[in-house]
Design a protein around this ligand. Structure first.
Ligand SMILES: *Cc1c(COP(=O)(O)O)cnc(C)c1O
Length: 366
Protein backbone atom coordinates (compact mmCIF):
# COMPACT_ATOMS: atom_id res chain seq x y z
CA UNK A 1 0.00 0.00 0.00
CA UNK A 2 1.48 3.41 -0.89
CA UNK A 3 2.52 5.28 2.19
CA UNK A 4 3.83 8.85 1.95
CA UNK A 5 6.10 8.55 4.99
CA UNK A 6 7.80 5.41 3.81
CA UNK A 7 8.03 6.45 0.19
CA UNK A 8 11.75 6.80 -0.44
CA UNK A 9 11.44 8.78 -3.68
CA UNK A 10 12.12 12.50 -3.10
CA UNK A 11 9.59 15.23 -3.79
CA UNK A 12 9.70 17.05 -7.11
CA UNK A 13 11.86 20.17 -7.08
CA UNK A 14 9.72 22.95 -8.54
CA UNK A 15 11.20 25.21 -11.20
CA UNK A 16 9.58 28.37 -9.79
CA UNK A 17 7.71 29.27 -6.59
CA UNK A 18 6.64 32.92 -6.77
CA UNK A 19 6.41 34.81 -3.49
CA UNK A 20 4.56 38.10 -3.32
CA UNK A 21 4.13 40.28 -0.21
CA UNK A 22 2.15 38.72 2.64
CA UNK A 23 -1.17 40.07 3.84
CA UNK A 24 0.58 41.59 6.88
CA UNK A 25 3.02 43.45 4.65
CA UNK A 26 0.13 44.74 2.52
CA UNK A 27 -2.01 45.92 5.40
CA UNK A 28 -0.52 49.42 5.95
CA UNK A 29 -0.98 50.18 2.25
CA UNK A 30 -4.52 48.78 2.16
CA UNK A 31 -5.40 51.01 5.11
CA UNK A 32 -4.23 54.01 3.11
CA UNK A 33 -6.72 53.01 0.38
CA UNK A 34 -9.47 52.78 3.03
CA UNK A 35 -8.68 56.39 4.00
CA UNK A 36 -8.21 57.88 0.54
CA UNK A 37 -11.22 56.10 -0.97
CA UNK A 38 -9.43 56.40 -4.28
CA UNK A 39 -9.33 53.02 -5.96
CA UNK A 40 -7.85 53.72 -9.39
CA UNK A 41 -7.33 56.66 -11.81
CA UNK A 42 -3.75 57.51 -10.86
CA UNK A 43 -4.41 57.64 -7.10
CA UNK A 44 -1.79 58.38 -4.44
CA UNK A 45 -0.42 54.82 -4.26
CA UNK A 46 -0.07 54.70 -8.06
CA UNK A 47 1.91 57.96 -7.92
CA UNK A 48 4.20 56.77 -5.14
CA UNK A 49 4.75 53.38 -6.77
CA UNK A 50 5.63 54.98 -10.13
CA UNK A 51 8.09 57.38 -8.43
CA UNK A 52 9.81 54.62 -6.47
CA UNK A 53 10.06 52.39 -9.57
CA UNK A 54 11.58 55.29 -11.54
CA UNK A 55 14.14 55.81 -8.75
CA UNK A 56 14.98 52.10 -8.79
CA UNK A 57 16.06 52.32 -12.44
CA UNK A 58 18.17 55.43 -11.94
CA UNK A 59 15.62 58.23 -12.05
CA UNK A 60 13.36 57.73 -15.04
CA UNK A 61 9.90 58.97 -15.98
CA UNK A 62 7.54 56.07 -15.43
CA UNK A 63 4.15 54.97 -16.78
CA UNK A 64 2.43 52.07 -15.02
CA UNK A 65 0.52 49.65 -17.26
CA UNK A 66 -1.84 46.73 -16.84
CA UNK A 67 0.88 44.21 -17.75
CA UNK A 68 4.20 43.84 -19.55
CA UNK A 69 2.60 42.98 -22.88
CA UNK A 70 0.48 46.15 -22.91
CA UNK A 71 3.56 48.20 -21.88
CA UNK A 72 5.30 47.02 -25.08
CA UNK A 73 2.16 47.55 -27.16
CA UNK A 74 1.75 51.14 -25.90
CA UNK A 75 5.43 51.99 -26.33
CA UNK A 76 5.32 50.78 -29.94
CA UNK A 77 2.09 52.69 -30.65
CA UNK A 78 3.70 55.83 -29.23
CA UNK A 79 6.81 55.56 -31.31
CA UNK A 80 5.35 54.42 -34.66
CA UNK A 81 3.29 56.94 -36.64
CA UNK A 82 2.52 54.38 -39.30
CA UNK A 83 2.43 50.64 -39.75
CA UNK A 84 5.12 48.44 -41.20
CA UNK A 85 7.45 45.73 -40.04
CA UNK A 86 8.88 45.51 -36.56
CA UNK A 87 12.23 43.76 -36.40
CA UNK A 88 12.41 41.48 -33.36
CA UNK A 89 14.21 38.35 -32.27
CA UNK A 90 12.46 35.02 -32.88
CA UNK A 91 13.91 33.84 -29.56
CA UNK A 92 11.78 35.64 -26.96
CA UNK A 93 8.70 35.01 -24.88
CA UNK A 94 5.70 34.88 -27.19
CA UNK A 95 4.21 38.00 -25.52
CA UNK A 96 6.66 40.14 -27.52
CA UNK A 97 5.14 38.98 -30.82
CA UNK A 98 1.57 39.50 -29.57
CA UNK A 99 2.43 43.06 -28.51
CA UNK A 100 3.94 43.87 -31.91
CA UNK A 101 0.80 42.66 -33.72
CA UNK A 102 -1.52 44.45 -31.28
CA UNK A 103 0.37 47.67 -32.04
CA UNK A 104 -0.61 47.25 -35.70
CA UNK A 105 2.83 46.14 -36.87
CA UNK A 106 4.04 42.99 -38.61
CA UNK A 107 6.77 41.06 -36.81
CA UNK A 108 9.90 40.30 -38.83
CA UNK A 109 11.73 37.59 -36.90
CA UNK A 110 15.50 37.72 -36.65
CA UNK A 111 18.34 35.65 -35.25
CA UNK A 112 19.88 36.05 -31.82
CA UNK A 113 23.57 36.42 -31.01
CA UNK A 114 24.51 33.09 -29.38
CA UNK A 115 26.86 34.83 -26.91
CA UNK A 116 24.40 37.34 -25.47
CA UNK A 117 21.18 35.50 -26.43
CA UNK A 118 19.97 38.89 -27.72
CA UNK A 119 19.32 40.68 -31.00
CA UNK A 120 22.26 42.95 -31.85
CA UNK A 121 22.39 46.14 -33.96
CA UNK A 122 24.63 44.22 -36.38
CA UNK A 123 22.00 41.52 -36.95
CA UNK A 124 19.26 44.17 -37.38
CA UNK A 125 21.37 46.28 -39.75
CA UNK A 126 22.23 43.27 -41.91
CA UNK A 127 18.52 42.42 -42.19
CA UNK A 128 17.35 45.88 -43.29
CA UNK A 129 17.67 45.14 -47.01
CA UNK A 130 15.78 41.86 -46.90
CA UNK A 131 12.62 43.08 -45.12
CA UNK A 132 9.72 43.02 -47.62
CA UNK A 133 8.44 46.56 -46.88
CA UNK A 134 9.04 49.58 -44.65
CA UNK A 135 10.62 48.99 -41.22
CA UNK A 136 8.60 50.87 -38.59
CA UNK A 137 10.45 49.84 -35.43
CA UNK A 138 12.81 47.44 -33.71
CA UNK A 139 11.78 45.59 -30.56
CA UNK A 140 14.93 44.64 -28.65
CA UNK A 141 14.45 41.96 -25.99
CA UNK A 142 16.50 41.65 -22.82
CA UNK A 143 17.74 38.06 -22.64
CA UNK A 144 15.99 36.70 -19.55
CA UNK A 145 16.75 39.85 -17.51
CA UNK A 146 20.22 40.70 -18.84
CA UNK A 147 20.77 44.47 -19.24
CA UNK A 148 20.26 45.55 -22.88
CA UNK A 149 22.96 47.63 -24.59
CA UNK A 150 21.07 50.96 -24.51
CA UNK A 151 23.93 52.99 -26.01
CA UNK A 152 24.44 50.70 -29.00
CA UNK A 153 20.73 50.77 -29.81
CA UNK A 154 20.45 54.56 -29.41
CA UNK A 155 23.25 54.71 -31.96
CA UNK A 156 21.34 52.33 -34.28
CA UNK A 157 18.26 54.55 -34.02
CA UNK A 158 20.25 57.71 -34.78
CA UNK A 159 21.98 56.06 -37.73
CA UNK A 160 18.93 54.51 -39.40
CA UNK A 161 16.07 56.68 -38.15
CA UNK A 162 14.19 53.58 -37.01
CA UNK A 163 12.59 53.86 -33.54
CA UNK A 164 13.76 51.33 -30.96
CA UNK A 165 11.69 49.97 -28.07
CA UNK A 166 12.99 47.61 -25.39
CA UNK A 167 11.17 44.57 -24.04
CA UNK A 168 13.13 44.32 -20.79
CA UNK A 169 10.31 42.39 -19.12
CA UNK A 170 12.50 40.51 -16.64
CA UNK A 171 15.21 43.15 -16.25
CA UNK A 172 13.67 45.57 -13.73
CA UNK A 173 16.59 45.23 -11.32
CA UNK A 174 19.30 45.36 -14.04
CA UNK A 175 18.45 48.70 -15.65
CA UNK A 176 20.54 51.88 -15.67
CA UNK A 177 21.27 54.55 -18.24
CA UNK A 178 17.75 54.56 -19.73
CA UNK A 179 17.62 57.00 -22.64
CA UNK A 180 15.11 58.23 -25.23
CA UNK A 181 14.03 54.71 -26.23
CA UNK A 182 11.19 53.37 -24.02
CA UNK A 183 12.03 50.40 -21.81
CA UNK A 184 9.17 48.07 -20.88
CA UNK A 185 9.11 45.75 -17.87
CA UNK A 186 6.65 43.20 -16.52
CA UNK A 187 5.44 43.09 -12.93
CA UNK A 188 3.78 39.69 -13.38
CA UNK A 189 3.75 37.41 -10.33
CA UNK A 190 6.59 35.35 -11.82
CA UNK A 191 8.91 38.32 -12.41
CA UNK A 192 11.49 39.94 -10.09
CA UNK A 193 8.99 42.38 -8.59
CA UNK A 194 5.63 40.70 -8.93
CA UNK A 195 2.34 42.44 -8.22
CA UNK A 196 0.10 39.80 -9.85
CA UNK A 197 -0.48 41.53 -13.17
CA UNK A 198 1.22 44.82 -14.05
CA UNK A 199 3.92 46.49 -16.08
CA UNK A 200 5.78 49.73 -16.56
CA UNK A 201 7.39 51.86 -19.25
CA UNK A 202 10.52 53.89 -18.48
CA UNK A 203 11.95 56.63 -20.69
CA UNK A 204 14.00 59.83 -20.39
CA UNK A 205 11.65 61.65 -22.81
CA UNK A 206 9.19 63.51 -20.58
CA UNK A 207 6.78 64.48 -23.38
CA UNK A 208 6.60 60.94 -24.69
CA UNK A 209 5.95 59.61 -21.20
CA UNK A 210 3.17 62.13 -20.55
CA UNK A 211 1.54 60.79 -23.70
CA UNK A 212 2.18 57.20 -22.55
CA UNK A 213 0.41 57.89 -19.26
CA UNK A 214 -2.48 59.59 -21.07
CA UNK A 215 -2.78 56.55 -23.31
CA UNK A 216 -3.28 54.31 -20.27
CA UNK A 217 -6.44 56.30 -19.44
CA UNK A 218 -8.53 56.91 -22.57
CA UNK A 219 -6.15 59.57 -23.90
CA UNK A 220 -7.30 62.19 -21.40
CA UNK A 221 -4.69 64.92 -21.07
CA UNK A 222 -4.76 67.16 -17.97
CA UNK A 223 -8.00 67.54 -16.03
CA UNK A 224 -10.28 67.76 -19.03
CA UNK A 225 -12.23 64.65 -19.90
CA UNK A 226 -11.37 65.15 -23.54
CA UNK A 227 -9.71 62.35 -25.40
CA UNK A 228 -6.79 63.79 -27.34
CA UNK A 229 -5.09 60.51 -28.26
CA UNK A 230 -6.32 57.14 -29.54
CA UNK A 231 -5.74 55.06 -26.46
CA UNK A 232 -7.48 52.63 -24.14
CA UNK A 233 -7.61 51.61 -20.49
CA UNK A 234 -4.27 50.16 -19.43
CA UNK A 235 -4.20 51.34 -15.80
CA UNK A 236 -3.58 49.41 -12.61
CA UNK A 237 -5.74 49.87 -9.53
CA UNK A 238 -4.60 51.25 -6.18
CA UNK A 239 -4.72 47.66 -4.85
CA UNK A 240 -2.08 46.60 -7.39
CA UNK A 241 0.03 49.62 -6.48
CA UNK A 242 -0.23 48.58 -2.81
CA UNK A 243 1.27 45.18 -3.68
CA UNK A 244 4.00 46.98 -5.62
CA UNK A 245 4.89 49.30 -2.73
CA UNK A 246 5.05 46.39 -0.28
CA UNK A 247 7.13 44.47 -2.85
CA UNK A 248 9.58 47.37 -3.16
CA UNK A 249 10.00 47.40 0.64
CA UNK A 250 11.16 43.78 0.46
CA UNK A 251 13.14 44.08 -2.78
CA UNK A 252 16.65 44.58 -1.27
CA UNK A 253 16.25 41.31 0.64
CA UNK A 254 14.88 39.52 -2.40
CA UNK A 255 17.79 40.75 -4.52
CA UNK A 256 20.22 39.43 -1.92
CA UNK A 257 18.47 36.03 -2.01
CA UNK A 258 18.72 35.94 -5.81
CA UNK A 259 22.43 36.88 -5.68
CA UNK A 260 23.17 34.16 -3.11
CA UNK A 261 21.24 31.51 -5.04
CA UNK A 262 22.95 32.44 -8.32
CA UNK A 263 26.34 32.22 -6.57
CA UNK A 264 25.43 28.85 -5.04
CA UNK A 265 24.63 27.54 -8.53
CA UNK A 266 27.74 29.13 -10.10
CA UNK A 267 30.09 27.45 -7.64
CA UNK A 268 28.45 24.05 -8.23
CA UNK A 269 28.70 24.47 -12.02
CA UNK A 270 32.42 25.32 -12.07
CA UNK A 271 34.33 22.97 -14.35
CA UNK A 272 31.16 21.67 -16.03
CA UNK A 273 30.38 22.03 -19.72
CA UNK A 274 27.07 23.82 -19.17
CA UNK A 275 27.29 27.62 -19.20
CA UNK A 276 25.48 30.39 -17.41
CA UNK A 277 24.43 33.59 -19.19
CA UNK A 278 27.13 36.22 -19.51
CA UNK A 279 27.44 38.42 -16.40
CA UNK A 280 24.67 36.73 -14.41
CA UNK A 281 25.36 36.83 -10.67
CA UNK A 282 28.11 39.42 -11.25
CA UNK A 283 26.53 42.30 -13.18
CA UNK A 284 22.88 41.35 -12.77
CA UNK A 285 20.44 38.80 -11.35
CA UNK A 286 16.83 37.97 -12.10
CA UNK A 287 14.13 35.56 -10.98
CA UNK A 288 15.13 32.69 -13.24
CA UNK A 289 18.39 30.94 -13.98
CA UNK A 290 19.17 29.39 -17.34
CA UNK A 291 21.96 27.08 -18.36
CA UNK A 292 23.13 26.69 -21.92
CA UNK A 293 23.68 22.97 -22.43
CA UNK A 294 26.07 21.60 -25.11
CA UNK A 295 23.96 20.52 -28.09
CA UNK A 296 25.05 16.88 -27.92
CA UNK A 297 24.03 16.59 -24.26
CA UNK A 298 20.57 18.22 -24.30
CA UNK A 299 18.44 15.07 -24.51
CA UNK A 300 20.50 13.20 -21.90
CA UNK A 301 20.49 16.20 -19.53
CA UNK A 302 16.71 16.56 -19.72
CA UNK A 303 16.39 12.81 -19.12
CA UNK A 304 18.55 13.02 -15.99
CA UNK A 305 16.56 16.01 -14.68
CA UNK A 306 13.28 14.17 -15.26
CA UNK A 307 14.60 11.02 -13.56
CA UNK A 308 15.73 13.07 -10.55
CA UNK A 309 12.29 14.73 -10.38
CA UNK A 310 13.78 18.13 -11.06
CA UNK A 311 11.41 20.44 -12.94
CA UNK A 312 12.98 22.42 -15.78
CA UNK A 313 11.50 24.77 -18.34
CA UNK A 314 12.36 26.35 -21.64
CA UNK A 315 11.02 29.72 -20.58
CA UNK A 316 10.91 31.01 -24.16
CA UNK A 317 10.12 27.71 -25.85
CA UNK A 318 11.79 27.13 -29.22
CA UNK A 319 11.13 30.55 -30.78
CA UNK A 320 8.10 32.58 -31.88
CA UNK A 321 8.12 30.93 -35.33
CA UNK A 322 7.29 27.58 -33.68
CA UNK A 323 3.96 28.88 -32.38
CA UNK A 324 1.00 28.21 -34.71
CA UNK A 325 -0.24 31.81 -34.37
CA UNK A 326 3.03 33.20 -35.75
CA UNK A 327 4.24 30.53 -38.13
CA UNK A 328 3.27 32.65 -41.15
CA UNK A 329 4.95 35.95 -40.17
CA UNK A 330 7.93 37.01 -42.31
CA UNK A 331 11.31 35.95 -40.95
CA UNK A 332 14.97 35.70 -41.80
CA UNK A 333 16.85 32.42 -41.85
CA UNK A 334 16.60 31.16 -38.23
CA UNK A 335 19.13 28.34 -38.17
CA UNK A 336 21.09 29.89 -35.27
CA UNK A 337 17.89 30.20 -33.22
CA UNK A 338 16.84 26.65 -34.10
CA UNK A 339 20.17 25.34 -32.85
CA UNK A 340 20.34 27.60 -29.79
CA UNK A 341 16.80 27.64 -28.34
CA UNK A 342 16.61 23.91 -27.41
CA UNK A 343 19.87 24.29 -25.44
CA UNK A 344 18.63 27.06 -23.11
CA UNK A 345 17.16 25.37 -20.06
CA UNK A 346 15.63 27.11 -17.03
CA UNK A 347 16.58 25.47 -13.72
CA UNK A 348 14.72 25.58 -10.39
CA UNK A 349 15.19 29.04 -8.88
CA UNK A 350 13.37 30.14 -5.73
CA UNK A 351 13.94 30.73 -2.04
CA UNK A 352 12.79 27.25 -0.96
CA UNK A 353 15.77 25.39 -2.44
CA UNK A 354 18.07 23.71 0.10
CA UNK A 355 21.79 23.05 -0.53
CA UNK A 356 20.80 19.39 -1.01
CA UNK A 357 18.26 20.40 -3.66
CA UNK A 358 20.94 22.39 -5.50
CA UNK A 359 23.27 19.37 -5.40
CA UNK A 360 20.48 17.23 -6.83
CA UNK A 361 19.84 19.72 -9.68
CA UNK A 362 23.48 20.32 -10.59
CA UNK A 363 24.24 16.61 -10.25
CA UNK A 364 22.17 16.17 -13.43
CA UNK A 365 24.37 18.62 -15.37
CA UNK A 366 27.69 17.84 -17.02
C1 LIG B 1 7.02 38.16 -18.99
C2 LIG B 1 7.42 38.66 -20.34
C3 LIG B 1 6.56 39.45 -21.11
C4 LIG B 1 5.11 39.68 -20.76
O1 LIG B 1 4.84 40.29 -19.55
P1 LIG B 1 3.35 40.16 -18.95
O2 LIG B 1 3.40 41.06 -17.75
O3 LIG B 1 3.18 38.72 -18.57
O4 LIG B 1 2.40 40.61 -19.97
C5 LIG B 1 7.03 39.96 -22.31
N1 LIG B 1 8.27 39.69 -22.75
C6 LIG B 1 9.13 38.92 -22.05
C7 LIG B 1 10.51 38.70 -22.57
C8 LIG B 1 8.73 38.36 -20.82
O5 LIG B 1 9.58 37.60 -20.15
Amino acid sequence: MPNQEHDASPATIKVLRPKLPTSAELLPYLERIDSSRTYSNYGPLNGEFARRLGDLVGGSHTTLTSNGTTAIELALRLRCDQGGHCLMPAFTFIASAHAVCNAGLTPYLLETDPDSLALTPEIATAALNSVPGPVAAVLVVSAFGAPPDFAAWADFEARHGIPVVFDAAAALTSLSGIGQQPVCVSLHATKTLGIGEGGAIFCADRTLMDRATAMTGFGFVGQERLSSLRAGNYRISEYSAAVGLAGLDGLPMRLEEMRELTAAYASRLEGKAVQLQRGVGIDWVTMTLNVIVPAADVAATLGRLDDAKVEWRRWWGLGCHKHPAFKDVPMSDLSVTDALAPRVIGLPFHADLSPGDLDRVTGCLQ
